[in-house]
Structures are given as C-alpha cells and as structure tokens.
Write a protein of this length. Structure first.
Lengths: 82, 588
C-alpha cells in the first residue's frame, strides 16, 4: 500500500513542489505569530532570520563542499592501493 | 567482593560471550542472544551506588560507581546491546556476537569504573574486541582497515596510559573524578587527548570513517553506538567546562557534516556524521553548564538510537543487495519499504524534526550555547543541523530508496529479526520525541528546558523547510559519484607507504651496496689477513713453540748426560760447587 502511494506521489512532481511551497508559506505565516520577547539572540528578533540562515547555509555548504571535493579532495576509490 | 564483581553487567556480557559457542552447540544461540542483554538491561536498575572495590598491588580499584550520569549511559548501552543483538540474530557466526558482547562489556566497564586504571583496562578491551567486528567481514580492505584501526587505538591507549602515569606521579591518586579546568596540568590534558581520540575529535578522527564502513553489517551497528559515546561519557565525567572541548566540538559538527555531504558510500556518510553528532556532545561538555551537560547526555542517548537505526537501515540494504554506494543504488522503496520507513524515521530524528528524539536533545545544547552568549558556537551548531538534514535526512534516503535512477535490483525485504531491531529503535526515536520527560528524568541534573515552544518550533520549521528547498534546487549537483575523498588518514596511510618505499629503496640499496663492498673488498682483505695470520702462526708461533720444545728436549738430553746415578759423583759435584761459591764470595 505504502509503495503504491509513494509511486503515486513520485509520478506527480508538481504536486510535491506545491506541497513544499505550502510548507514554506506555512512556516513564514507561523513565524509572524510567534512570541519572541524572551529571545536573547539578535537573530531571533528578526522575522525569517532562520529561513535565510537555513537556505543560504545549505546552498553555501553544497557549493563549498562539492567545490572543495571537486578541486582537491576527490580521488579514485583505489587511491591508496596504488 | 567476589559476589559484587558478579553483579557487574560487564561480567554478564563476558560470561555470555564465552558461553556463546556452547549455546550454539545446544541450539539456543538465538535465545541466549536475547536473554543476556535483556537481563543486563533489567539488572542495571538494581545496581548499588558503589561496588567491586579491589585492592591490587597497592592500588585501590573500583569496578562499580553508579550515579545519575552513569545511569543514563548504562541505560542506553544495555538497550542498544539488546537491539543490536536482536538485529544480528540471523548471523550464525558466534565469533561476531562474542566480539560484539566483549565490546559492550568494555564499554560498560569503562562507564562504571571509579578509577583510571579500571578505565584503562576496559578501554583496551573495547578496542581489541571491536577490531574483530571489522575483521569478520573478511575482505582485504576490511583486514587492512582493521589493522589501521587497531594501531590508532593502541596509540591512543598508550597516550591515555602515559597521562595516567603522570597523573599518579603528581598526586598518588587514581580516582576518576571531575577535573577543574583551572587545576589541570599536562597529565590531565594528556588523558583528555587519549579520551578525545576515541571521541573522534579532529585531527585524530580519521580512524572512524576509515574503519566503520568496512565492518560487518552488525559490527557497524554496534560500533556506531559504543566507542564514541563511551568517550563522551568519560569526557563528561572528567572534563566538563574545558573551553577547548567547546571549540573543538563545534568544529567537529561542521567537519563531519561537510564530509557527509560529499561522500558516496552510505555507511561512510553515516560514519562521518557520527563525528558531527559527537561534536554536539563534546561541545556541550565543553560549555560545561548543567543544561549543556544534560544536553550532551541526552543527545548521546538519542544519537545512539537513531544512528544505530540508520546503520541498521543501510546495513539491511547492504545485506540484501550487497551494495552500499549511493551511486549504485536507487529506487529500492518498492522492494524494501519497511527498511525505507525505518531509515527515514532515523533520518528525520537525526535532523531534529518535531516529535522525534533529535528535536528534544540537540536543541538543549544549541540553547545552552545561546544562554552562555556563545553566538558563533551556536550558529556553527545550527549550520551543522542544516547539513545534517541535507546529508542524512534527505540525501541518504533519497538516493538509496528513490533517486533519479532505478538501480535495477529487486532485493527481498530484510529478515524478520532485522525488522524487529529497526522497529525497536524507530519506536524509541518517536517515543522520546513525544515523551521527552522519560529521557529528561534520567539526566544528571534537573531539567528546566521545554523543547516544544512556539519559537523553537518556528526556527525548526524554517531550518528544515528551507534546507529542503535548497536541496530541491541543487539536487543535480549532489548526485553521487564513485569516488573517495582525502582525509587526514592520508598522513599515516601515505606515510606508511613512504616508510615502506624508504625501506625498500634507500635502505635496501644501501644494504646491498654495503654487501657488495664487503664481498669485493672486505672479503678479500679478510682472506689476506687470514693468510698473514696463518703465515705468522706457522712461521712465528709454531717456530717459537717448536723451537723451544726442541730446545727443552735437547737440554734434557744433555742434562741426562750428567746424571750418572752414582751418589759419590753428585756429592763431589755439590762440594765442588760449594767451593766455587765460597771462593767467589771470599774474593768479592
């Protein structure tokens, strides 16, 4: 049953995309109503700070790590056998 | 005393391991594999505060010391031994189970030890038992990785022992108690380095992602739980509040997760990710406040369960398909749906989704860093959480079970016992997320932290949602390739190669040259010298000896002429001689 359901979802990528967009919209709206009086960190007082942090952090990490791997760290799987 | 040693849970596992072959012969191995960890899990609730005192060679050893910090680790270690043993029930080889149990015994012994010498004994037992979990895979790469693992841990053990000796020399006291950062000397820092090696703190971490992916399927499940978390326990016990640990821990969280983003082998991704997750605990210990140490202990508890769940999920894939590289997998959700669900539960728990164990433990450490106004540390930990969701929460399950390509394999679902093991760990991941007080009540200090606040939820929704969004945009750049990445094990792996080259080429060539010189020059000189000595012996010594011998014979012959045998001749000669002497004396 779960297999059929997942296959059904996989065949509908547009629906999954909208599902993700809806969740992002929900998290944005939810953040507007959050009480942030007790927050000590300055970023916690900014609406959407963690969204920007998560998005840029993730993009930056992918670019940095894949780039570093590509230009320096990447070797064949038999590197140490040679 | 004797009876109190028998109540030690490590004794149970050691005796259990020794009797395993007998249990196999009696066809009760499966029952035995469940019974011993189950009894140990129950038994740890009835341990006295102090037991197993032994006086040995003038040292006061304590095998059992139980308090709140010990209890939380004992609880999760014995639970994990039960889950791991059930997961491995299908493995008929008693040796693997015995190695796993001796390893667990080492971990429990270290956790309960009240003095450094006992810590060291069980510490070494852990290293020597766990290496068999790598070797039992029997591949050439595993044998090699096992030897590297053993050498690194032997080095770490010696560092620890050196620190213990220095510590004893300073105070003649081996009791294992909390050390204040202000009073720490070189001895304590050396001990800390010995502990840090087992916690896989960079730059002495590379043994972990080198060995764990080469272990057997059940071996990796055990190994991911015990070595690093025992090290977390000893650091929490002895070194809470050391600022160096806070900084190194924060670096660890990012270091491990960076490699997890780029690696291809699923079990190597998880191994690197252990470095990252243990980083949270080391950082919490370094912060040293009650909340941070609570967070470290809680995170160790939660981490053991979800990381073991992930290793079980990926191990099931390896067991059923023979593959663990993401580049060779994909589309397996159709054939391994149960394994997929459990792996995804492990993935969301490690990412800190609300209602899972990661949410209630990781947040304690991040919040503790915030409360201490360590903003950079806090942001580093938050960034590592982003990387965790990216690498283990999404990338790993996506490329194994879904992915752009179907690998074409049609494996059978995991064995029933593997499913039971995974279900137990998955249940605990969600149970702890829904009922955090079950874990919080076990922690060393009273907990004043409430994870389910609106603000914390908003932060989590943002981090998870926008990480997912970034993955969606960048997925084509994350497609795995069959490569390996350099790490700091390069130094000793390449260094060993250079050493061998140095031995094979310059040293060997010099040796050959010296041999040739000896053969051509030295040998001839020796022969000439021997000839000269022989000539001298013949012509000099023999001549002198023979000549003197001949002289003695000749002299004897001449003396014999005088010996007439007649008494009057002798008396006459004696009187004549007397007269000559007298004349000489008188004249002179």
């Amino acid at each position: 049953m779960i297999v059929n359901f997942l296959t059904y979802l996989r065949e509908r990528p547009v629906f999954l995309k909208w599902l993700l967009v809806s969740f992002l919209a929900f998290s944005g709206v939810y953040d507007l109503f959050v009480d942030r009086h007790h927050a000590e960190f300055w970023g916690d007082h900014l609406v959407g700070f963690w969204a920007v942090f998560g998005f840029l952090g993730c993009m930056g990490m992918i670019v940095f790590c894949k780039g570093l791997s590509h230009v320096w760290l990447e070797r064949g799987t038999d590197h140490y056998d040679k | 005393m004797t009876s109190s040693i028998f109540m030690h849970p490590a004794t149970m596992f050691i005796i259990g391991a020794l009797l395993l072959p007998l249990a196999k012969v009696c066809r009760i191995q499966k029952l035995w594999l469940v019974l011993i960890p189950l009894v140990a899990f129950i038994q740890i609730h009835y341990l006295p505060e102090s037991f197993g005192h032994v006086e040995w060679l003038g040292f006061d050893l304590q095998f059992g010391r139980v308090d709140q910090l010990t209890t939380v680790f004992l609880h999760v270690f014995t639970l994990m031994a039960l889950i791991g043993s059930i997961f491995g029930l299908h493995v008929k080889e008693s040796g693997q189970h015995a190695a796993a149990w001796l390893y667990v015994a080492g971990s429990l012994g270290t956790t309960l030890a009240g003095d450094y010498l006992t810590v060291f004994i069980f510490w070494e037992l852990m290293a020597f038992a766990s290496v068999f979990l790598v070797w039992y895979r029997r591949r050439t790469k595993s044998i090699e990785a096992g030897f590297r693992y053993l050498l690194v841990h032997t080095f770490g053990g010696l560092v620890l022992l050196g620190g213990i000796f220095l510590h004893y020399q300073n105070g003649h006291d081996l009791s294992f108690v909390a050390i204040s950062p202000d009073s720490a000397t070189l001895a304590q820092y050396i001990i800390m380095v010995g502990f840090m090696l087992n916690a896989a703190v960079p730059p002495i971490h590379a043994w972990l992602p080198d060995a764990y992916p080469e272990a057997t399927v059940i071996g990796a499940v055990f190994m991911c739980a015990f070595t690093t978390k025992t090290a977390v326990y000893v650091l929490a016990r002895g070194f809470a509040g050391f600022e160096a640990l806070m900084i190194l821990g924060a670096i660890m969280t990012l270091y491990g997760v960076f490699y997890a983003v780029i690696e291809n082998d699923a079990r190597r991704i998880l191994a690197y990710h252990i470095v990252s997750q243990v980083g949270y605990m080391v950082c919490g210990i370094g912060i040293g406040t009650e909340m941070a140490v609570n967070g470290a202990a809680a995170h160790a508890y939660a981490h053991i369960l979800y990381k073991a769940l992930l290793f079980m999920g990926v191990g099931s894939v390896l067991e059923m398909t023979g593959r663990s590289k993401l580049s060779e997998l994909g589309g397996l959700y159709k054939y391994l749906p149960f394994t997929m669900i459990c792996t995804v539960i492990g993935g969301i728990a490690i990412s800190g989704f609300p209602l899972t164990s990661g949410f209630i433990s990781k947040s304690m450490i991040i919040a503790a860093a915030g409360e201490e106004h360590q903003i950079i540390i806090m942001l580093m930990l938050a960034l590592a959480a982003v990387g965790t969701f990216l690498s283990v929460g999404i990338k790993l399950p996506y490329f194994i079970f879904f992915g752009p390509n179907d690998c074409g394999l049609k494996p059978k679902e995991a064995y029933w016992n593997m499913k039971v093991g995974m279900s137990m760990a998955a249940f605990m991941c969600i149970f702890l997320g829904i009922f955090p007080d079950y874990l919080y009540n076990m922690l060393p200090y009273a907990v004043h932290w409430h994870p389910y606040t609106a603000h914390h939820l908003a932060e989590t929704f943002y981090l998870l949602g926008f990480t997912g969004f970034a993955f969606y945009l960048m997925v084509k750049y994350l497609r795995p390739h069959d490569v390996s990445n350099l790490d700091l094990d390069w130094f000793y792996r390449r260094g060993a190669g250079w050493f061998m080259w140095f031995a094979r080429h310059p040293v060997s060539a010099t040796n050959e040259w010296v041999s040739n010189v000896y053969k051509n020059v030295g040998l001839r000189l020796t022969m000439a010298l021997a000839k000269a000595l022989s000539w001298f012996d013949w012509e000099g010594i023999d001549w002198a000896l023979d000549g003197s011998a001949r002289g003695v014979v000749k002299g004897g012959e001449q003396v014999r002429q005088f010996q007439t045998g007649k008494l009057q001749h002798y008396i006459g000669a004696a009187v004549a001689l007397l007269f000559i002497v007298l004349i000489v004396v008188v004249l002179i």
